[in-house]
Design a protein around this ligand. Structure first.
Ligand code: SF4
Length: 437
């Protein structure tokens, strides 16, 4: 049984883990009781996730007593970051390995089965063995593709560069072969992933590598929609936006994490751009990409954030009018520069600012969603809806989810839907007959 925490990079790593496990004879179980291997693919970006995981592992003590063959493993960023502590503090855990050591899993499992408690941290940061037939997709028509691993930005609050190592881009010819194989197997939508996709190719001597990559994918038959995340505003050039605007497969979904609307805080965060530069980027996206859907990440209550700084963030949010935002209050990550900064805000103050920010963003999200009512969209049908299994859920090009009634045979197909109702982020609508029918 494999449980994934955290970002889409982790979801993509889980695709790979599932593939490797299937190759050596493991099949996914529904419950922990039935499992001989319980693997947690973890994230360490937020402390909350660590506490949740520790609780989950401790609750497995009875399973471990009942099943002598049960192997408990932890992979991902938290595993990399807390390798020694984890093996020492959680005696139930048999194996711990980082995100760059996924290929070692079959070997580690063999050793763990022989009763050894293991940690593996080769951290070579490569894409060795990452082939299209080595993954198991949760949806056979949609795949996540890691194009660059690691990060060299060292934003002052972030643990990722320490855990995932420096940027390593996957060579373009390999990506071409990989994505062509995915397309041949029936995948029509891909999401390109990296901590900073705009840095793609920088480490392998490519100028404007990310744009070149998108232009290459535009030519691959079978791929209809291409999404990407995460973009770094500092590295997203205006020239790139103009070139991307010409590519019809690239969806109009732009996740541009701003983190703060205050220049003072952006400097403390070491984000490498100013509020003005960020707003110029937003203007360029809106000017060149029609119907662009903008989303963002915001941290409020960063050390040293004054009331005025926070107001700058509120003002920026009101100005940009994001369709959605991931909003957090700052929580210190040991080992980062920001954790040692003076002027840490109280929990109460951070929570109060977050509540105000969420209230503002929710009202904007709803207003923006309502603008879509009455319009027709192409939708990739993803699955049965979670709440009502008779309904389907799909995504439009800009990334918004739409619920509508329809037959399950439509899953994986592209259909047209008229939007009839809008909530904050989710839409509902009715299925239209195919065009020309
Ligand atoms: S760009 Fe900054 S926030 Fe994003 S992963 Fe790199 S260091 Fe962390």
């Amino acid at each position: 049984m494999l449980t994934t925490f955290g970002c889409q990079m982790n979801q993509a790593d889980s695709q790979r883990l599932r593939g490797l496990l299937a190759k050596i004879g493991y099949a996914e179980t529904e419950t922990e009781e039935d499992a001989d291997l319980i693997l947690f693919n973890t994230c360490c970006v937020r402390q909350h996730a660590e506490q949740r995981l520790i609780g989950r592992i401790q609750s497995l003590i009875n399973h471990k007593k009942r099943n002598a063959n049960l192997i408990i493993g932890v992979s991902g960023c938290m595993a990399q970051n807390m390798q020694a502590e984890m093996l020492e503090a959680l005696p139930l855990v048999d194996l711990v390995f980082g995100p760059n050591d996924i290929e070692e899993l079959p070997l580690l499992l063999q050793k763990a089965a022989n009763g050894k408690t293991l940690g593996s941290f080769v951290s070579k940061g490569s894409f060795d063995g990452d082939t299209a037939d080595g993954i198991i997709l949760s949806r056979p028509f949609s795949a996540m593709v890691n194009i660059i691993r690691g990060c060299t930005n060292f934003c002052s609050y972030c643990i990722v560069p320490y855990v995932r190592g420096p940027e390593v881009s996957r060579p373009m010819p390999e990506l071409k072969a990989y994505i062509s194989d995915l397309a041949a197997s029936g995948v029509t939508e891909i999401t390109l992933l990296g901590q900073n996709v705009n840095a793609y190719g920088r480490d392998i001597g490519l100028e404007e590598g990310f744009t070149q990559l998108l232009e290459m994918i535009e030519e691959i038959d079978g791929i209809r929609w291409v999404r990407f995340m995460t973009s770094h505003p500092r590295d997203f050039s205006l020239a790139a936006i103009k070139r991307i605007a010409r590519l019809r497969k690239v969806c109009e979904q732009y996740h541009l994490p701003v983190q703060s609307g205050s220049n003072h805080v952006l400097e403390l965060m070491k984000r490498g751009y100013s509020r003005e530069k960020y707003l110029a980027l937003v203007d360029a996206v809106r000017e060149h990409i029609s119907n662009a859907c903008l989303s963002t990440d915001i941290i409020c209550g960063f050390p040293g954030e004054s009331a005025e700084d926070f107001n700058d963030t509120l003002e920026l949010v009101a100005k940009v009018r994001y369709e959605s935002a991931f909003m957090y209050y700052y929580s210190p990550r040991p080992g980062t520069e920001a954790a040692k900064m003076a002027d840490q805000l109280s929990e109460e103050e951070k929570k109060d600012r977050l509540a105000r920010l969420i209230e503002l963003q929710n009202s904007i999200s709803l207003e923006e969603s309502r603008k879509l009512v009455g319009r027709d969209y192409e939708v990739l049908v993803e699955s049965a809806a979670a709440r009502d299994k008779n309904d389907l859920v799909g995504k439009i090009r800009s990334g918004r989810s739409v619920n509508f009634s329809g037959d399950k045979s439509l899953i994986g197909r592209y259909v047209r839907v008229r939007i009839e109702q809008a909530r904050n982020w989710t839409l509902s609508g009715k299925l239209l007959p195919p065009e020309g029918a």
